[in-house]
Every structure is written in structure tokens, then in C-alpha cells.
Design a protein around this ligand. Structure first.
Ligand code: DNO
Length: 360
């Protein structure tokens, strides 16, 4: 297991590489180029500049989150081919720079979605929160405005203004796209990029839909075991893999995260693990919590044990943290609570290893 930490780049993060370097056990950064428009080729010079800055700090850049997929690909428009060609080139360029895994998603219009980015917790900290009773009645345009207003001045990943500016128009285009059509469009995308992945030795790791159910009449397909099975079978190659996100899939209590890790891990299809805890307060209602099992609804020991049992050799990162100690950072992505998360996950990993005969 390689412990990594997401970083948004020198211009766009409140956290420095030097700080990340001092978190015990973190060996790599999960990075991205944030100034390349969705659909364009990621240029070699920019990739190398990012890699150099990460390596200068004593860290590795082997995971990218995300190379976003152009909406025309998800919609299956005829213009998709040029964007797929560009995506192939980005994969080749990233491979040349030593990148091993690309995390991406196939969610229509929105990426992850919450209705409160600073839900107050009893200990005085705050965290991201989702309440379906509120979300189901919200006007999506208002949700976008509210999200932008409460993001502490940062652009949130997945909520880049240029992606969301044509919201109404995009919704209109999705009227003809149901779940099956979205699966077909994903299949077309994967069939056309996997040869580039093989050539570049870069593994694709799709991120589950967050939350894992349809929203605003838009289909969502990366939601549960059945659909994950369908997805890995679309193209039967280890390069067509998963980011197993405990918080996204786990928002549906029918998804048993340790079982999913064992099932898809044994198939060699999990390349990246996002490990996050959350606390339910009703059906389709949850707030995120510290990583500690006691603070949330998930058994983090069982999650880490499942990774350990399958001999997981891929990348893991702590996922969203709370905002604690008066930190001002991008919601979900502060330094302190994620660093505590790393330490806790590493502690579990060490203990599980030492208690498992023959384990490391
Ligand atoms: C949210 C993240 C997602 C994730 C993308 C991957 O905090 O987990 O935005 O990066 O869905 O493409």
C-alpha cells in the first residue's frame, strides 16, 4: 500500500508540499493540472513542471485525480471522438512522466454533491453534509451558487465555474440519456482509450458517483456492486479499474465496503482507495466525520483489513476531513484532519500487519 495525499498545486492550495512531506508515511502526492480546460490535451511541459515540484519536495507523482472527461463523451455526441483522441494523448503524456494511475469519473454534469459544506459538529469542528430531503427540492442552479459561496474562496474540484456555466443547456442535452445509454457511452470511451493505457502503462480508476443515486433526473451508474461488475466487464482489462471510495459507495448502506474491496481487489481491479468515514443521521442523510471508526458509521478496521487481506499494492489516500483547529482551507481538504486520518490509517495498517501471521 502506498499512502498518498491530494494536493491542488502551488497556486491553488492552502497546503504546501513541505507540510505534506512531514506527514508520517506519506510518500506521494495525488495531483492534477487545474489550468487545462476539460477536453484539451495535458501538455508535457506542464506535467513535467508539476512532477519536478513534487519530486523536489521528496514526494512522488504517480496518481492523477482527475483527468476529467468532457461532457460530450458522457453524452455520446459525435464531437466525442476528438475529445477521446485528446484523452488518449494525455494518457500517453502522463505515462511518459511516470504516472501509474488516473482517477476519473463519469457523473453527468455534477461531480460529488453536498448541501452543506460546513455542517457544525458537536466538537466545534465542521464537515461536509448531505441531506436528501433538502437536495431533492433544491434548484440545481441555486446549489451551484451556494456551493461556490461557501467554498472559502477556493474553486472546488468538480465544481469549476466553466464546467457549470452552461448548466441549463447541459441538463437539456441529458434528456435523452438514461442509465443504459450512459453505460454505452462509458463503454465507447473505455474501448477507445484502453489501448493507450496499455501502451503507456497507466491504469484507469473510475471514481464512484457521490452520492451513489440519481440526482435531478440525471442518471448515475457507478453506484453499487452490480453496476461495478458491469463496468469492469465493459472492457476486460486490468487497465479498466476502480477508485474504491468508501465514502461515496458507503453512502448507500447496502454497499458493504470490505466485501467490495475483497471482491474487486482479488480481481486486480482496485488501483486507488479513498478512505473516508461518515455518519448517518437518517436515510440518505449523512455528515462526514473524522476517520476514526467511533466517530462515524463505518468500521475502518474492517476496511483496512480488507485491503490488507488482498495484499493491496496500490495507492490509498485519506479522503475528506473535517475543518478543525480554525483552519481555512478548501472544504474537505484541509491539512489537519486529513493528516490525522493518515496517521490513524497507517496505525491500523501496522497493527493488522503485525497481528497477521506472515504479514508485514
Ligand atoms: C471529491 C472527490 C471527487 C473526485 C472525482 C474524481 O472530493 O472525491 O471530486 O476527485 O470524482 O474524478
Amino acid at each position: 500500500m502506498n499512502m498518498t495525499f491530494r494536493w491542488f498545486g502551488e497556486k491553488d492550495d492552502s497546503i504546501s508540499l513541505e507540510q505534506i512531506r512531514q506527514i508520517p508515511g506519506v510518500t506521494g502526492v495525488v495531483g492534477a493540472l487545474y489550468d487545462v480546460p476539460v477536453g484539451d490535451v495535458w501538455p508535457m511541459d506542464k506535467i513535467i513542471a508539476l512532477k519536478d515540484s513534487v519530486e523536489k519536495a521528496g514526494l512522488k507523482l504517480e496518481v492523477i485525480e482527475s483527468v476529467n472527461v468532457h461532457e460530450d463523451i458522457k453524452l455520446g455526441l459525435s464531437s466525442r471522438d476528438k475529445y477521446i483522441e485528446n484523452y488518449r494523448q494525455s494518457i500517453i503524456n502522463l505515462g511518459k512522466a511516470g504516472v501509474k494511475v488516473i482517477c476519473y469519473n463519469f457523473m453527468p454534469v455534477f461531480d460529488w454533491l453536498r448541501n452543506n459544506l460546513a455542517y457544525p459538529l458537536l466538537d466545534g469542528s465542521n464537515a461536509l453534509c448531505y441531506d436528501h430531503d433538502i437536495v431533492k427540492d433544491i434548484d440545481p442552479v441555486k446549489l451551484v451558487e451556494d456551493t461556490a459561496k461557501s467554498s472559502n474562496g477556493f474553486t472546488l474540484p468538480g465544481w469549476e465555474p466553466e464546467r457549470l456555466s452552461e448548466l441549463k443547456d447541459t441538463f437539456e442535452k441529458y434528456k435523452n440519456v438514461n442509465e443504459d445509454k450512459l453505460f454505452d457511452n462509458l463503454e465507447y470511451f473505455l474501448e477507445n482509450i484502453i489501448s493507450a493505457c496499455e501502451e503507456a502503462d497507466v491504469k484507469m480508476a473510475i471514481h464512484p458517483d457521490d452520492p451513489p443515486w440519481p440526482l435531478f433526473g440525471l442518471p448515475r451508474i457507478v453506484t453499487d456492486r452490480k453496476n461495478l461488475e458491469r463496468l469492469v466487464n465493459l472492457v476486460d482489462s486490468p487497465y479498466n479499474g476502480l477508485t474504491l471510495c468508501s465514502g461515496s459507495l458507503g453512502a448507500n448502506p447496502d454497499n458493504n465496503i470490505p466485501d467490495l474491496i475483497r471482491n474487486f481487489g482479488k480481481m486486480g481491479r482496485i488501483h486507488f482507495g479513498h478512505v473516508r468515514n461518515l455518519k448517518f443521521f437518517g436515510e440518505r442523510k449523512f455528515h462526514e466525520s473524522s476517520h476514526l471508526s467511533l466517530d462515524g458509521s463505518f468500521d475502518m478496521f474492517e476496511i483496512m483489513k480488507a485491503y490488507h487481506d488482498i495484499g493491496f499494492k496500490g495507492y490509498i489516500r485519506p479522503d475528506h476531513g473535517r475543518m478543525i483547529w480554525a483552519e481555512k482551507a478548501r472544504p474537505g481538504y484541509g491539512l489537519y484532519d486529513r493528516a490525522l486520518g493518515v496517521t490513524y490509517l497507517n496505525g491500523l495498517w501496522e497493527a493488522i500487519g503485525k497481528m497477521t501471521s506472515g504479514g508485514e
